[in-house]
Every structure is written in C-alpha cells, then in structure tokens.
Design a protein around this ligand. Structure first.
Ligand code: C2E
Ligand code: CA
Ligand code: CA
Length: 587
C-alpha cells in the first residue's frame, strides 16, 4: 500500500507524517493533471497502481507483478518495456518513460508510464520505484490522425516534412523525367547508419533532430543544384541524382565529400555521436533504364557498401546480386544456428615479454555447410542486426568461463578474454549473466577479461561509464580492443575504468615499414602506463615486430608469431600437460 493511503490528515498517517503530507499533495496535483501514481517495492515485487482516469470512467488494474503487468500489454510493447524496466532497476538510467498499449474493454489504450527509483541498495539495484501513469489514448489518436494527414499532404506535395527534401514520390517522378531526356547520370543512395542506437538511447525526437542535421550536411555536399536532386528515400536513407553526364569520377568525388562531411561527430543533447554513411551508386542507362530498376539496383549496391573493406562506397555490378543473395541465406542460417548454438570457439594465447603464455582470448567460429567457415567479421555484425548477439554472446561467456575453470583446475590461473559487442554491453542483466557464468564454472570474475571496441563508447559516455564501472567493481578485467583504429580520443581512457588497452594490428604491421608508427606508439604507451593500464600488442607476426615492441616496453603480446587461434581442447590440454610450468606454444 502507498504510505499516504493510511489517513487523509497528517496526523492520521502512522509514519513519516511530513513525507505523507507532501506525497498526498503531489497525488492531488497529479490527479488534477489526469495522471495517477504507482509504486513498486523490491520486497513484494508488486506494482500498486491508483485507478487511471479515462474519459468518462476509470481503469482499475489489479495489483500485479511487473512481469504479469507486461504480459497484459500489446505483444510488441512487452519486451521493450521489460528491458527498460530491468535496466532502470539496475541503474543504467536514472528514470524512464515509456508509452505502452494495453488492451482494455475491446480496444487498445495508450498509457504513458514515468518512473524513478527513489531508493537503491548498495549494489545500485532499485529497492523502491515510484511513478505516474496517464491515459494518452485521446492525444495519441489525434496525433496519429494528424500525422496521417501530414503524410498524405507530403505525398501530394512530393516533399518530406522532416527534412524538407523531396520524398520518395518526388524522387521517382524526377528520375523518370531525367531518364526521358538524353544523356546519362549517376544515382547515389546514402544510408546513414547509427540511428537505431540513438533512438534507443535518446528517444525518437532526438533521432529526428539528428536526421535533420545529417540532411543538412548532405545538402552542404550535394545541393542545392539546378541539375541534380537530393531526396529523402526512407527512414535514414537519402538519394542523390547527380547532374547530367556524371559518371564514376563524379560519384567518387561526391562520396568523398559526404564521408568527409560525416567524419566529425554530431552533437545531441550535449553528447557527441558519430554517424556513418554507406553509399551505393548506379549509372543511368548502364545499369538500368527505368526508375524502378535503378532504385532496386542502387539498393543492392548500398547493401554491399556496408560490408567491411568497401570504405563506404560500392558501385552496382551483377556480381553483387549474388553477394546479396548469399547474405540473405546467411541471415536465415544464422538465426537457426544461434538458436541451436551451432558455433565453435577457439582460443588464441597471449604471451608476456619473455614469450611465456599468460592467458588466452576466446574467438567465435561459425561452420556452415553451404559456405564453409564464415568469418566473425561478417557474422558478428549480422548477429547484431538480427538481435541475436545477446544469445550468441551468452554462449561465448559460458565457454570462456569453463575454459578458465579448466586452466584453474590444472593449477594455472590463466585469464580468458571474451569479446563483447556494444549491443551486449547495453543489454540489461549483462553483469548477472557474467556473474552466473563465473559462479557455474567456479571461477573468480578476475579470470574473465572483457574486450570492448571503441564503438561501444559511441552511444555516449554517460550510458557506458556506469555499466563499465559496475563490471569493474564486480572484479572483471576490461580491455579496450582495436585501439588506434577508431574515433578514439585519449581522453576516453582517462574517464573509463579499462584495465588494459589492446593496440590494433594495423599499428603493429606498420612498425617495420614506418619509423613514425613506433614514434606514435611511444607516447601512447607512456599514457597508458600513467593511467595504470597495461598494454597488449595484437597481430604480432614477425620476430622483428616482437623485438621492436618489447624494446618499447610493451608487456603483453598476441599474434601468429606466438600461436594461431586453436581449438579450446588444444589450449586446455597444453595447460594441463604443462603441470604448473610455462605452457608450451606451437611457435
Ligand atoms: P579481434 O577481437 O580483434 O580478434 C583478433 C582477430 O585477429 C582474430 O580474428 C584473430 O584470429 C586475428 N589475429 C590474431 N593474431 C593475428 C595475426 O598475427 N595476424 C593476423 N592477420 N590476424 C591475427 P577473428 O577470429 O577472425 O575475429 C575477428 C573479430 O571478430 C574479432 O576481432 C572480434 O572483434 C570479433 N569476434 C570474434 N569472436 C567474437 C565473439 O565471441 N564475440 C564478439 N562480440 N565478437 C567476436
Ligand atoms: Ca578481441
Ligand atoms: Ca583486436
């Protein structure tokens, strides 16, 4: 029961009279605004909700646990609501707001639920959460009707309301008229990635503002021009029609301009975020003679542009259709294999400056019948897109913990590193999963090292920092992977509780050829030292690289020079057979 229900007068409240009085005032004010109050306490795990005012009545919900409440929601809302709720309980967000659909009396009612933990335990877990709930069905329906009207108007006018660019139908009619005149031209599709995380972390309104800012940057490169057109194609995708007689040269120049325009970050609510464009290109008449055909093919090219190694630009060619089909097959195979855990793991040893094994990194392998072994560079981003990375990552965590446990049982406390995708980091309950994996395997968290790339930091420091700090407090080691490849500023390092920095292979590769690479490495190493972080050089392939890095004072190494990734069984056997002595490596 809410504390203020005991009595109407201050004196009637059995405990905390002043608090009860102010809560009662608050409740009256909320009642006047049409909102009701709810409360949850960890001890009972029940949502105690005041009746919700509806036009011409009230909606009384029985007292349910949050899980039971979510089960009653529209199926599309139940899972995201559960996630928001759990992450709030864990302290990932200080408060939350969600719009939920609840079937009631034969129709869907829109509820807006606000909440904030008012008491947390020493571990940061919420003990008591209070909030408000308000029926928003009327407002929602009116807004939807307005939006539908606006869409219809936009369609008729051929313009997109958000960016004020021509929309899909405007683009199609423009393309058709350009195809009717003589001469070729290039059509580009510009897909801007990174919005989903922004919408999830900062809300759709912020996402819309960012999309407008992105369209402004595109306009700066592409338009305004009387001979071309920039249009909004869909969601986060734009199309540019270049002037008459434009060909591959103009496409490359435009693509370069766009990539340069997106190389600096955007500001959103005081935070810096990065967006990455993927650009597909087709040439009119060479690749197709109708708007429909060109638009289909440019879509295929844009899919290809997203793949690693393309540097964000791809021209259409017939071979890409096969690639796209392959990817479609892989997507469906991945879904099936994620469910039945059709993955294998390998371990790659890490060594110290004397070349002695000091641990290993767990890497995932995906054997498929149709395509052989598919590289994690290809399937991990797919798993992230399909929302499967949480499930697959869980298999990896348990495999890593079991491997560390086997080494421990052989008398060697050799930590096992496991890669965490940014998506996993943001999933509520990650720390519980990790602790569970350690508990089941019977190891201390210090034997698990979590490797994260800088892309995990892109969603914003204020979201990532508390998660990392909690993991660190729980005893896990944290390594910043692929250091030197991304957007990283060294200032990140100062703010985040990393225990280790992994210097990317591209740096290591350069040191033999380019003296400046070594010179750049030195201050980086000193900085890590000052911040109390260890460093690992990865991708060491030659004795010369090993020697140069050792001279610089790098304490840990990994790479084919010492050992390639090997089946887990091999690593465990080597450790067991060493019987406490240094573990022999294949060399
Ligand atoms: P990473 O974490 O940077 O892993 C190192 C990659 O470099 C591995 O490729 C490894 O086999 C390779 N490598 C190691 N030493 C050398 C060397 O001396 N020369 C060369 N040329 N390559 C070397 P792999 O296994 O293909 O993994 C690629 C990436 O896929 C990993 O990069 C990691 O980002 C991701 N990944 C792999 N397993 C997992 C996983 O379980 N979960 C997640 N989220 N990502 C994973
Ligand atoms: Ca790694
Ligand atoms: Ca790496």
């Amino acid at each position: 029961m809410l504390p203020c229900e005991a009595g109407d007068e201050v004196g009637g409240c059995p405990s905390w009279p002043a608090i009860c009085a102010s809560e009662r005032r608050l409740r009256r004010a909320l009642w006047a605004s049409g909102a009701s109050v709810w409360e949850w306490q960890q001890a009972e795990d029940l949502l105690v909700m005041d009746p919700i005012s509806l036009p011409g009545g009230v909606l009384r919900l029985p007292t349910l646990s949050p899980a039971e409440f979510m089960q009653r929601l529209h199926p599309e809302d139940a899972e995201p609501a559960g996630q928001t709720w759990r992450s709030h309980l864990q302290g990932v967000r200080p408060d939350f707001e969600m719009s939920l659909r609840l079937p009631h009396a034969g129709r869907l009612r829109w509820l807006r639920l606000h909440g904030r933990a008012v008491e947390r335990g020493a571990d940061g877990q919420a003990l008591r959460v209070i909030g408000t709930v308000k029926d928003m069905t009327g407002e929602r329906e009116a807004a939807e009707a307005l939006q539908a009207m606006a869409r219809e108007l936009e369609q008729v006018a051929g313009r997109d309301g958000l960016t004020d660019l021509p929309n899909r139908s405007g683009l199609e009619s423009y393309l058709t008229s350009r195809l009717g005149s003589t001469g070729g031209f290039a059509l580009l599709q510009l897909d801007i990635e990174g919005f989903k995380d922004i919408n999830d972390s900062y809300g759709h309104e912020a996402g819309d503002r960012l999309l407008r800012a992105a369209s402004e940057r595109l306009r700066g490169v592409i338009g305004p021009t009387r001979d071309g057109l920039l249009a909004r194609w869909s969601g986060t995708s734009f199309c540019a029609v270049l002037p008459p007689d434009s060909g591959e040269t103009e496409v490359r120049a435009t693509a370069q301009g766009v990539i340069a325009a997106f190389s600096s970050s955007f500001e959103i609510g005081g935070h810096q975020v990065s967006l990455t464009p993927s650009i597909g290109a087709v040439l009119a008449h060479r690749d197709g003679d109708t708007a429909v055909e060109l638009l289909r093919k440019v879509d295929v090219a844009t899919c290809a542009a997203r793949e690693p190694g393309r540097n964000g630009l791809a021209f259409y060619d017939a071979g890409l259709e096969d690639d796209v089909q392959r990817r479609v097959r892989l997507f469906s195979l991945l879904r099936a294999d994620a469910e039945r855990n059709g993955f294998a793991f390998v371990a790659q040893p890490k060594v110290d400056a004397a070349g002695r094994a000091i641990g290993a990194e767990l890497l995932m392998r995906w054997p498929t019948e149709a395509f052989g072994y598919v590289s994690p560079v290809e399937f991990i981003p797919m798993a992230e897109k399909l929302g499967l990375i949480g499930l697959m990552g869980r298999h990896a965590l348990h495999a890593a913990a079991r491997l560390a446990a086997r080494c421990q049982a052989a008398g060697q406390a050799l930590p096992v590193a496991v890669n965490l995708s940014p998506k996993q980091l943001l999933q509520p309950g990650l720390d519980r999963q990790l602790l569970l994996a350690c508990e089941r395997a019977g190891i201390a968290p210090a034997l698990l090292e979590l490797e994260l790339t800088e892309s995990a930091l892109l969603v914003g420091m204020e979201v990532v920092t508390p998660v990392l700090q909690r993991l660190r407090r729980q005893g896990f080691s944290l390594a910043l992977d692929d250091f030197g490849t991304g957007y990283s500023s060294l200032s990140y390092l100062r703010q985040l509780p990393f225990t280790k920095v992994k210097i990317d292979r591209s740096f290591v590769m350069d040191i033999e050829r380019d003296a400046r690479a070594l010179q750049m490495l030195e201050p980086m190493l000193r900085l890590c030292e000052v911040l109390g972080m260890s460093t690992v050089a990865e991708g060491v392939e030659t004795p010369a690289q090993f020697e140069a890095l050792r001279q610089l004072g790098v304490p840990e190494f990994q790479g084919y020079h010492f050992a390639r990734p090997m089946p887990l069984e091999d690593w465990a056997r080597r450790v067991e057979q060493a019987a406490g002595a240094p573990v022999p490596l294949p060399g």
